[in-house]
Ligand binder design. Structure first.
Ligand SMILES: [Zn+2]
Length: 263
């Protein structure tokens, strides 16, 4: 957590309202509206709202250009500082503790950066707002985007997970010869299996490899036609996997000595 945030003045105006989330038993009775987003929150989270807004607005152009998609309307972001109310808002009563956010009906629901779920820090939660925003844009291109591709783009664009966690997982996978395939991480709505297979770390590097080897134009085309590797990338799925493994061997299999155990 970053205590320095507390010293900053809020540069955005807040207004009280009643219709932002009136179903929720713990009402999010404050909101701040920006060019592209409407943030709903409670008073105890007001100290971090400027950071949330800056994270979203400062990344809006880059991401909408990369994905060639824009928001048609302002997107609602709900911030729930209580983990239970976060899970309720997400409609996930048995959600694992590590969940930092997700999508509701046409809106984004995240934890409070001031009260990060176990295993996460302030910045992880902050960037989760960006991660979910990326999902909204990817789903606009293709609502059936495979899990590995959808999560990979969200993680790669948002950088919401610690780099060391990704590096450590992937370099261990290289050492053990256990790199999942795209299909291994195509787990649909089964996020537990995706997490257990280190899906967040590997899918990040899969998209990183595609962007570096083929560019964003091909990445967007692959989202549109995720099963047409040959047509979009001029390469079979098996050969793309080989190229991906080569890529991570170059960029992730060295430098282990400097890896920290930071979570
Ligand atoms: Zn996600």
């Amino acid at each position: 957590m970053n205590a320095a945030n507390n010293k900053e003045e809020n540069k955005y105006l807040y207004e009280e309202l009643n219709d932002c989330n009136d179903k929720d038993e713990i009402k999010l009775n404050l909101r701040s509206e920006t060019e592209h987003f409407i943030i709903c929150f409670r008073e105890n989270d007001s100290k971090c709202i400027d950071k949330v807004i800056d994270a979203l607005e400062n990344n809006y152009s880059r991401i909408t250009i990369n994905l060639e998609q824009k928001l048609e309307n302002k997107l609602i972001i709900e911030i729930h500082s209580n983990i239970k109310s976060l899970h309720t808002a997400l409609g996930l009563q048995d959600a694992p503790d590590w969940i930092r956010g997700g999508l509701g009906a046409g809106k984004i629901i995240i934890a409070s950066p001031l009260n990060p779920p176990p295993g996460s820090n302030f910045d992880n939660v902050l960037n989760t707002a960006i991660h979910e925003f990326v999902h909204i844009l990817v789903n606009k291109i293709n609502s059936n985007t495979p899990r590995w591709l959808n999560e990979g783009i969200a993680c790669y664009e948002a950088k919401d997970n610690n780099e060391n966690w990704i590096r450590q997982t992937v370099s261990e996978g290289i050492s053990n010869g256990e790199i999942p395939t795209f299909k291994d991480l195509d787990t649909g709505e089964d996020f537990k299996t995706f997490f257990d297979r280190n899906g967040y770390q590997y899918s990040y590097t899969m998209v990183e490899a595609i962007v570096n080897l083929f560019g964003y134009d091909k990445l967007r085309k692959l989202v549109k036609s995720p099963n047409k590797f040959d047509e979009v990338l001029n390469i079979s799925e098996a050969d793309l996997y080989k190229k991906y493994v080569d890529f991570i061997n170059v960029f992730y299999s060295f430098n282990k000595i400097t890896l920290s155990t930071e979570k």
